[in-house]
Design a protein around this ligand. Structure first.
Ligand SMILES: [Zn+2]
Length: 183
């Protein structure tokens, strides 16, 4: 059975967390794209999460920014103790009620049952981050090493050697290293 994109999917939700954090990109002008909810609604629609995008309203902007700023440090956490210290208060504040959802493939946790809009988004992103940390620890979550960029990424490379958020940052870092070698 293929997963329906409209349903909560931990990999997709983790990517949505990354995309939320990366609405701040140091090299963009201006660096912060999240000056209205439309910027993130666009990201949700690109990920075929139209229902969730439709439920966000302009009044959600402060909470959306707060969610972004609260999950961003998780990508810099280097051990599970510090990651848990960051994530547990967020899970606690969200007062999530896990429900077991069953499919033909088995069962999985759903944290957003009965929630809508920002509350559903918060539940899905926090749930995806928690599930990822349980499964993989902090090794695959990272922050771009090409200063001044501080974008987040999930390292899905086989060798777990990813250091940059995107090809542009990779190229920029390579060019900087090349210049350094020549001087
Ligand atoms: Zn970067």
């Amino acid at each position: 059975m293929t997963a329906k994109v409209s349903e909560s999917d931990p990999d997709l939700d983790l990517d949505l967390a990354v995309e939320l954090v990366n609405t701040v990109y140091a090299l963009a002008a201006p660096p912060d794209r999240l000056t209205n909810t439309g910027a993130y609604q666009h990201i949700l629609r690109e990920a075929r999460q139209d229902a969730l995008a439709d439920e966000l309203t302009p009044a959600d902007l402060p909470a959306l920014r707060e969610l972004r700023d609260s999950i961003a440090p998780l990508f810099a956490a280097t051990d599970l103790t510090s990651a848990s210290t960051l994530l547990n208060p967020l899970l606690s504040d969200a007062a999530l009620v896990p429900q077991l959802a069953t499919t033909d493939d088995g069962a999985h946790w759903v944290l957003s049952t009965g929630l809508h809009g920002l509350a559903a988004l918060r539940a899905r992103l926090l749930g995806a981050l928690a599930a990822h940390l349980v499964r993989h620890g902090t090794a695959r979550l990272g922050v771009c090493q090409a200063a001044p960029c501080t974008c987040a990424f999930v390292d899905r490379s086989r060798a777990r050697t990813r250091r940059y958020c995107c090809d542009q940052c990779n190229d920029r870092a390579a060019a900087t290293a090349y210049r350094r070698r020549r001087t």
